[in-house]
Structures are given as C-alpha cells and as structure tokens.
Design a protein around this ligand. Structure first.
Ligand code: BTN
Length: 255
C-alpha cells in the first residue's frame, strides 16, 4: 500500500465529510474526541496512516502499523434519548462488511459484537465510545481494518489477526473503501435498525456455537441462540436463555 491515500480520500470525501488525515498519531479515537470537545460537527472523520497507541475494547492495544490498514474515527452527534453504543457498533459492523463486499468482493462474518472475520482471522475491530462536551452528547466510532498484512506480519497476533488482501492495494482503491464504509454507515444509521440487524444476524458465525461469556468476574457457558432486537447476544444454558448486551466471548475451537 503506497502512502498515502490522503489525496484520493479528500477528493472522494468532497463536502460530505470533514476529513483530517494524519501520517501518524497515537489514536484516532483520542484525536476525534479532542475535536468533539471543541464542538466539531457530525461527519468529522480522522484517518491515520499509522497509530502508535491504537486501542480497542477493555483498553486493549490495537495493532496499527503503517501501510497496512484503514484506521479511522468518525464523530457522531446522536440524539441523547436514543443513543445506544451497541447499536452503533452493530451498524458499523454491517457497514464495513457491506463496503468490503462491494469494493473488494470479499465476504466477512461477524463475531458479536464488534469483530469482523475473514478466513477465520480477525480483520476488523470496532470501538464506539460515548461522551459529552458540556450538555451535548457525542459518540466516537473507531474502526480498524487490516487491509494488507504488515511487512513483518502480525507477530504475536498472527494466530488471531489476518488481513483482507495479499496484494498491496493502490491508494485509489483504499480511499474508495474508506469512503464506501462511511457512506454505508450513514445510510444504515439513518435507516431502520431492524434492516441492519437482519444483515448482522445473517453474517454472525456464533449462532449454534458453545461459548463462554465473560463479564468481569462472571463466566456464563452456553449455546448461542441468536441476537435479539436490541443487538444483545442470546445464550442458552440449562433451558434458560440469557440476553447479554455486553461481554467478551470465548470459543472452544475458534478465536
Ligand atoms: C477492538 O478490536 O476491540 C476494537 C478496535 C478498534 C480500533 C480502532 S483503529 C481506529 C480507532 N482508533 C483507536 O485507537 N481505536 C479505533
């Protein structure tokens, strides 16, 4: 992936998105949060070629080396009465999957709630963080997509992490993918959540699998029965079905 896709991205973004492009930063979520707190509008997006301290859920590091992925954060200004971070995450997962399918012709599956997989490897992580600047609510939606494997591989993560392509994409393609994700996200975000859920369920590979849901000290082992209308994971054990709106999933035979 030749650096950088900045120009192509700016052209495609046009007036629709206010794009900041950084060659290197610690975390685009952190930068976008700063912009939100200065009053930046919905549609502000921060892309970085490389992150030195990208992070995911539970503050875990998100490996973001230069020249291999799309790392970006989008600022949303949701209506406080209806804001739901899980819903934003589900919507983003579907948007990424559909954009990848449209632009690269590859099919991704979803591991509830915020991971996307390709050929049994995690290729994308999503992190939605809510906050307030005075009285206004904002949400930073961070997306990290491994487009091309880094030159030195994924190191200690190579059992878990993978990339979409073997060939380095050109910058025009990469920019097209970035904008397609944003366009798809907003189209879904403004539409009916039920439509989004249908697509999310279709791509979810956990259904029917035995999992352990980990929430703090709690461990709940059971069989995944599906995803309810709020996006919560339904897990059955001993004839009782529980709905989990958050938690980490451990699988016996999968990552
Ligand atoms: C996860 O796997 O738990 C979520 C990973 C989210 C990573 C993205 S990369 C762009 C944005 N900046 C960050 O620091 N995190 C998100």
């Amino acid at each position: 992936m030749k650096t950088s896709y900045t120009e192509a991205l700016r052209v495609l973004a046009g007036e629709t998105y206010d794009v900041t492009f950084l060659e290197e930063t610690d975390s685009t979520n952190r930068v976008a949060k700063g912009l939100a707190e200065q009053g930046a509008p919905e549609g502000t997006v921060v892309f970085a070629e490389k992150q030195t301290a990208g992070f995911g859920r539970m503050g875990r590091p998100f490996f973001s080396p230069g020249g291999s992925g799309l790392y970006f954060s989008l600022l949303l200004r949701p209506d406080p009465c209806c804001f739901d971070a899980a819903r934003v995450t589900v919507t983003a997962a579907v948007a990424v999957a559909e954009a990848v399918e449209e632009v690269l012709k590859l099919s991704l599956s979803v591991k509830w709630v915020n991971d996307l997989y390709y050929q049994n490897k995690k290729v994308c992580g999503i992190l939605a963080q809510g906050g307030t600047d005075g009285e206004a609510l904002y949400c930073i939606l961070g997306i990290g997509l491994n487009v091309f494997a880094p030159q030195d591989g994924f190191g200690a993560l190579s059992e878990i992490a993978g990339a979409l392509l073997n060939e380095k994409p050109n910058s025009a393609l990469l920019a097209r993918l970035g904008i397609a994700i944003l366009d798809r996200f907003f189209a879904l975000y403004k539409g009916e959540f039920t439509f989004c859920l249908k697509e999310y369920r279709r791509r979810s590979f956990l259904t029917g699998k035995t999992v352990t849901v980990v929430r703090g000290e709690e461990r709940f082992c059971g069989t995944v029965r599906g995803i309810d209308d709020t996006g919560a994971l339904l897990v059955e054990a001993d004839g009782t079905v529980r709905a989990f709106s958050s938690g980490e999933i451990a699988l016996e035979d999968y990552r």
